[in-house]
Design a protein around this ligand. Structure first.
Ligand code: 13P
Ligand code: SF4
Length: 304
Protein backbone atom coordinates (compact mmCIF):
# COMPACT_ATOMS: atom_id res chain seq x y z
CA UNK A 1 0.00 0.00 0.00
CA UNK A 2 2.70 2.48 1.04
CA UNK A 3 4.79 1.35 -1.91
CA UNK A 4 1.83 2.05 -4.22
CA UNK A 5 1.57 5.63 -2.93
CA UNK A 6 5.32 6.09 -3.19
CA UNK A 7 5.17 4.95 -6.83
CA UNK A 8 2.36 7.40 -7.49
CA UNK A 9 4.35 10.16 -5.74
CA UNK A 10 7.30 9.35 -7.97
CA UNK A 11 5.14 9.64 -11.08
CA UNK A 12 3.55 12.90 -9.91
CA UNK A 13 6.95 14.41 -9.02
CA UNK A 14 8.04 13.98 -12.62
CA UNK A 15 4.80 15.12 -14.24
CA UNK A 16 4.58 18.23 -12.02
CA UNK A 17 8.32 19.08 -12.02
CA UNK A 18 8.51 18.85 -8.24
CA UNK A 19 11.36 18.18 -5.85
CA UNK A 20 10.73 16.88 -2.33
CA UNK A 21 13.08 18.04 0.43
CA UNK A 22 12.69 16.27 3.77
CA UNK A 23 14.25 16.91 7.17
CA UNK A 24 15.93 13.91 8.82
CA UNK A 25 13.15 13.75 11.44
CA UNK A 26 10.57 12.76 8.80
CA UNK A 27 9.27 9.20 8.80
CA UNK A 28 11.03 6.48 6.84
CA UNK A 29 8.36 6.37 4.09
CA UNK A 30 8.69 10.15 3.48
CA UNK A 31 12.50 10.01 3.41
CA UNK A 32 12.28 7.21 0.84
CA UNK A 33 9.96 9.29 -1.36
CA UNK A 34 12.08 12.45 -1.01
CA UNK A 35 14.76 13.61 -3.44
CA UNK A 36 16.87 14.66 -0.51
CA UNK A 37 16.74 14.06 3.24
CA UNK A 38 19.11 15.81 5.65
CA UNK A 39 19.67 18.18 8.56
CA UNK A 40 18.63 21.81 8.44
CA UNK A 41 22.02 23.00 7.17
CA UNK A 42 22.08 20.52 4.29
CA UNK A 43 18.47 21.39 3.39
CA UNK A 44 19.38 25.09 3.13
CA UNK A 45 22.38 24.35 0.92
CA UNK A 46 20.28 22.02 -1.25
CA UNK A 47 17.54 24.66 -1.60
CA UNK A 48 19.90 26.92 -3.53
CA UNK A 49 20.44 24.34 -6.25
CA UNK A 50 17.03 22.81 -6.89
CA UNK A 51 16.38 22.50 -10.64
CA UNK A 52 12.63 21.73 -10.46
CA UNK A 53 10.13 24.59 -10.45
CA UNK A 54 8.18 23.30 -7.42
CA UNK A 55 9.53 22.26 -4.04
CA UNK A 56 7.59 20.41 -1.34
CA UNK A 57 9.21 20.80 2.09
CA UNK A 58 8.57 18.04 4.62
CA UNK A 59 9.68 19.56 7.89
CA UNK A 60 8.60 22.63 9.85
CA UNK A 61 7.64 26.12 8.68
CA UNK A 62 11.00 27.87 9.14
CA UNK A 63 12.59 25.24 6.89
CA UNK A 64 10.09 25.93 4.10
CA UNK A 65 10.62 29.67 4.58
CA UNK A 66 14.37 29.19 4.29
CA UNK A 67 13.90 27.31 1.01
CA UNK A 68 11.65 30.10 -0.30
CA UNK A 69 14.17 32.79 0.69
CA UNK A 70 16.99 30.99 -1.11
CA UNK A 71 14.92 30.01 -4.15
CA UNK A 72 12.39 32.83 -4.57
CA UNK A 73 11.45 31.90 -8.12
CA UNK A 74 10.27 28.43 -7.04
CA UNK A 75 6.83 27.53 -5.80
CA UNK A 76 7.60 26.28 -2.27
CA UNK A 77 4.99 24.26 -0.40
CA UNK A 78 5.05 23.27 3.26
CA UNK A 79 3.62 19.75 3.19
CA UNK A 80 1.63 20.15 6.40
CA UNK A 81 0.70 23.77 7.27
CA UNK A 82 0.36 22.90 10.97
CA UNK A 83 4.03 21.97 11.29
CA UNK A 84 5.74 24.83 13.11
CA UNK A 85 8.72 24.98 15.44
CA UNK A 86 7.69 26.54 18.77
CA UNK A 87 11.26 27.75 19.33
CA UNK A 88 11.05 29.95 16.22
CA UNK A 89 8.27 32.03 17.83
CA UNK A 90 9.79 32.49 21.30
CA UNK A 91 11.18 36.03 20.78
CA UNK A 92 10.05 39.00 18.77
CA UNK A 93 12.08 41.61 16.93
CA UNK A 94 11.54 44.32 19.59
CA UNK A 95 12.94 42.14 22.40
CA UNK A 96 16.06 41.26 20.44
CA UNK A 97 16.55 44.85 19.16
CA UNK A 98 16.54 45.99 22.78
CA UNK A 99 19.25 43.46 23.73
CA UNK A 100 21.22 44.48 20.67
CA UNK A 101 21.18 48.13 21.81
CA UNK A 102 22.24 47.08 25.32
CA UNK A 103 25.21 45.17 23.86
CA UNK A 104 26.50 47.63 21.29
CA UNK A 105 28.85 46.16 18.71
CA UNK A 106 27.84 42.54 19.29
CA UNK A 107 27.09 40.16 16.43
CA UNK A 108 23.53 38.84 16.44
CA UNK A 109 23.67 35.12 15.68
CA UNK A 110 20.29 33.49 15.07
CA UNK A 111 19.71 29.77 15.13
CA UNK A 112 17.96 29.05 11.81
CA UNK A 113 14.95 27.93 13.92
CA UNK A 114 13.63 31.53 13.89
CA UNK A 115 10.98 33.49 12.01
CA UNK A 116 11.82 35.40 8.84
CA UNK A 117 11.31 38.66 10.78
CA UNK A 118 13.93 37.73 13.37
CA UNK A 119 16.33 36.77 10.61
CA UNK A 120 16.16 40.36 9.31
CA UNK A 121 17.96 41.63 12.42
CA UNK A 122 20.52 38.82 12.59
CA UNK A 123 24.04 39.24 11.24
CA UNK A 124 24.24 35.56 10.50
CA UNK A 125 22.19 32.38 10.94
CA UNK A 126 23.58 29.10 12.20
CA UNK A 127 22.35 25.53 12.41
CA UNK A 128 23.31 22.93 14.97
CA UNK A 129 25.98 21.51 12.65
CA UNK A 130 27.51 24.87 11.72
CA UNK A 131 27.17 27.02 14.87
CA UNK A 132 30.65 26.42 16.32
CA UNK A 133 32.44 26.97 12.99
CA UNK A 134 30.49 30.15 12.20
CA UNK A 135 30.68 31.75 15.66
CA UNK A 136 34.41 31.04 15.74
CA UNK A 137 34.90 32.73 12.34
CA UNK A 138 33.02 35.92 13.24
CA UNK A 139 35.19 39.04 13.68
CA UNK A 140 33.16 40.18 16.72
CA UNK A 141 34.13 38.96 20.19
CA UNK A 142 30.67 39.65 21.63
CA UNK A 143 27.91 37.38 20.31
CA UNK A 144 24.21 37.73 21.09
CA UNK A 145 23.05 34.18 20.42
CA UNK A 146 19.29 33.63 19.92
CA UNK A 147 17.02 31.83 20.78
CA UNK A 148 18.35 28.46 22.04
CA UNK A 149 20.14 28.73 25.39
CA UNK A 150 21.29 25.10 25.22
CA UNK A 151 22.85 25.30 21.76
CA UNK A 152 24.27 28.71 22.77
CA UNK A 153 25.82 27.26 25.94
CA UNK A 154 27.27 24.35 23.99
CA UNK A 155 28.94 26.73 21.50
CA UNK A 156 30.04 29.10 24.28
CA UNK A 157 31.82 26.28 26.15
CA UNK A 158 33.76 25.38 23.00
CA UNK A 159 34.76 28.98 22.24
CA UNK A 160 36.09 30.51 25.49
CA UNK A 161 37.71 33.33 23.50
CA UNK A 162 34.25 34.74 22.67
CA UNK A 163 31.78 36.50 24.94
CA UNK A 164 28.27 35.07 24.59
CA UNK A 165 25.05 36.80 25.58
CA UNK A 166 22.32 34.17 25.72
CA UNK A 167 18.52 34.36 25.90
CA UNK A 168 16.29 31.86 27.62
CA UNK A 169 14.75 30.04 24.65
CA UNK A 170 14.99 26.48 23.46
CA UNK A 171 13.40 23.36 22.08
CA UNK A 172 10.64 22.06 24.34
CA UNK A 173 11.26 18.48 23.20
CA UNK A 174 15.04 18.38 23.80
CA UNK A 175 15.08 20.68 26.85
CA UNK A 176 12.81 18.44 28.87
CA UNK A 177 15.43 15.67 28.89
CA UNK A 178 17.11 15.63 32.29
CA UNK A 179 20.45 14.47 33.63
CA UNK A 180 18.52 11.65 35.39
CA UNK A 181 17.12 10.50 32.00
CA UNK A 182 20.65 10.38 30.58
CA UNK A 183 22.02 8.57 33.62
CA UNK A 184 19.18 6.03 33.54
CA UNK A 185 19.78 5.33 29.84
CA UNK A 186 23.51 4.85 30.45
CA UNK A 187 22.76 2.50 33.34
CA UNK A 188 20.31 0.49 31.21
CA UNK A 189 22.74 0.20 28.27
CA UNK A 190 26.26 0.34 29.75
CA UNK A 191 27.89 -0.81 26.50
CA UNK A 192 26.25 1.91 24.39
CA UNK A 193 27.74 5.23 23.27
CA UNK A 194 25.45 8.20 23.93
CA UNK A 195 24.95 10.56 20.97
CA UNK A 196 22.97 13.74 21.64
CA UNK A 197 21.75 16.87 19.91
CA UNK A 198 23.12 20.22 21.21
CA UNK A 199 19.53 21.38 21.86
CA UNK A 200 19.73 19.18 24.99
CA UNK A 201 20.65 20.76 28.32
CA UNK A 202 24.36 21.17 29.18
CA UNK A 203 24.13 18.55 31.95
CA UNK A 204 22.93 16.07 29.29
CA UNK A 205 25.49 16.98 26.60
CA UNK A 206 28.19 16.75 29.29
CA UNK A 207 27.44 13.03 29.63
CA UNK A 208 27.47 12.38 25.86
CA UNK A 209 30.14 10.62 23.84
CA UNK A 210 29.21 12.70 20.79
CA UNK A 211 27.23 15.93 20.35
CA UNK A 212 25.99 16.89 16.90
CA UNK A 213 23.17 17.63 14.51
CA UNK A 214 20.65 15.05 13.37
CA UNK A 215 22.81 14.22 10.34
CA UNK A 216 25.97 14.31 12.48
CA UNK A 217 24.51 11.77 14.91
CA UNK A 218 23.51 9.48 12.04
CA UNK A 219 26.91 9.68 10.35
CA UNK A 220 28.71 9.08 13.64
CA UNK A 221 26.66 5.95 14.40
CA UNK A 222 26.95 4.59 10.85
CA UNK A 223 30.73 4.99 10.74
CA UNK A 224 31.44 3.85 14.30
CA UNK A 225 32.81 0.37 14.93
CA UNK A 226 30.79 0.26 18.19
CA UNK A 227 27.52 -1.69 18.11
CA UNK A 228 25.17 0.02 20.57
CA UNK A 229 24.02 3.63 20.76
CA UNK A 230 21.71 5.72 22.95
CA UNK A 231 20.17 8.42 20.75
CA UNK A 232 19.49 11.80 22.36
CA UNK A 233 17.40 13.48 19.72
CA UNK A 234 13.91 13.05 18.22
CA UNK A 235 13.13 9.35 18.31
CA UNK A 236 12.59 9.15 14.53
CA UNK A 237 16.41 9.05 14.28
CA UNK A 238 16.42 5.81 16.31
CA UNK A 239 14.20 4.21 13.68
CA UNK A 240 16.20 5.56 10.71
CA UNK A 241 19.43 4.26 12.20
CA UNK A 242 17.94 0.86 12.98
CA UNK A 243 16.89 0.55 9.30
CA UNK A 244 20.30 1.64 8.04
CA UNK A 245 22.38 -0.42 10.43
CA UNK A 246 20.45 -3.63 11.18
CA UNK A 247 23.55 -5.19 12.76
CA UNK A 248 23.73 -2.43 15.42
CA UNK A 249 21.37 -1.57 18.30
CA UNK A 250 19.84 1.86 18.89
CA UNK A 251 18.00 2.95 22.05
CA UNK A 252 16.10 6.20 22.65
CA UNK A 253 17.58 8.31 25.45
CA UNK A 254 13.98 8.91 26.50
CA UNK A 255 10.64 7.70 25.18
CA UNK A 256 9.49 11.34 25.56
CA UNK A 257 11.95 12.75 23.03
CA UNK A 258 9.24 13.44 20.48
CA UNK A 259 8.48 16.50 18.37
CA UNK A 260 4.77 16.59 17.50
CA UNK A 261 5.42 19.24 14.87
CA UNK A 262 7.93 17.08 13.05
CA UNK A 263 5.68 14.03 13.33
CA UNK A 264 2.54 15.63 11.95
CA UNK A 265 3.52 15.36 8.28
CA UNK A 266 2.46 12.13 6.59
CA UNK A 267 3.13 10.52 3.22
CA UNK A 268 -0.51 11.29 2.38
CA UNK A 269 0.18 15.02 2.92
CA UNK A 270 2.91 14.76 0.30
CA UNK A 271 0.58 12.92 -2.06
CA UNK A 272 -2.13 15.58 -1.53
CA UNK A 273 0.37 18.41 -2.22
CA UNK A 274 1.35 16.79 -5.51
CA UNK A 275 -2.33 16.58 -6.44
CA UNK A 276 -2.73 20.29 -5.70
CA UNK A 277 -4.99 19.36 -2.82
CA UNK A 278 -3.04 20.19 0.33
CA UNK A 279 -0.04 21.87 1.91
CA UNK A 280 0.51 25.61 2.02
CA UNK A 281 2.40 27.66 -0.50
CA UNK A 282 4.94 29.89 1.26
CA UNK A 283 4.31 33.48 0.27
CA UNK A 284 6.70 36.14 1.52
CA UNK A 285 6.81 39.86 0.75
CA UNK A 286 9.91 40.49 -1.36
CA UNK A 287 11.08 43.26 0.96
CA UNK A 288 11.04 40.84 3.94
CA UNK A 289 12.72 38.08 1.93
CA UNK A 290 15.57 40.31 0.80
CA UNK A 291 16.27 41.49 4.36
CA UNK A 292 15.97 38.02 5.91
CA UNK A 293 17.93 36.02 3.34
CA UNK A 294 21.14 37.98 4.01
CA UNK A 295 21.73 36.15 7.31
CA UNK A 296 21.14 32.77 5.63
CA UNK A 297 23.46 33.60 2.73
CA UNK A 298 26.07 34.60 5.32
CA UNK A 299 25.57 31.26 7.07
CA UNK A 300 26.29 29.36 3.85
CA UNK A 301 29.28 31.62 3.09
CA UNK A 302 30.83 30.97 6.53
CA UNK A 303 29.62 27.37 6.80
CA UNK A 304 30.96 26.21 3.46
P1 13P B 1 19.29 19.87 12.76
O1 13P B 1 20.05 21.13 12.57
O2 13P B 1 20.10 18.83 13.45
O3 13P B 1 18.67 19.42 11.53
O4 13P B 1 18.13 20.14 13.82
C1 13P B 1 16.99 20.85 13.53
C2 13P B 1 16.03 20.73 14.61
O5 13P B 1 14.97 21.29 14.57
C3 13P B 1 16.43 19.91 15.73
O6 13P B 1 15.43 19.85 16.66
FE1 SF4 C 1 11.58 22.80 16.89
FE2 SF4 C 1 12.46 21.12 18.75
FE3 SF4 C 1 10.74 20.27 16.97
FE4 SF4 C 1 13.26 20.80 16.26
S1 SF4 C 1 12.57 19.21 17.64
S2 SF4 C 1 11.41 21.40 15.16
S3 SF4 C 1 13.69 22.57 17.57
S4 SF4 C 1 10.37 21.86 18.49
Amino acid sequence: MITDIQKEIDRLKKSTDTCILAHSYMSEDICEAADFCGDSYALAVKAKNVSQSNVIVCGVRFMAETVKMLSPSKRVILANPQAGCPMAEQFNVEEIEKLKRQNAGCAVVAYVNTTAKLKTIADVCVTSSSAVKICSALPQKDILFIPDINLGTYVKNLLPEKNFILVDGGCPAHAKITRADAENAKRAYPQALMLVHPECRPEVTALADYVGSTAGIMQFAEKSNKRQFIIGTENSIVQHLQFRCPDKKFYPLSKDLLCGNMRITTLYDVFDCLNGDGGEEIVMPEELRVRAVRSIEKMIEYGG
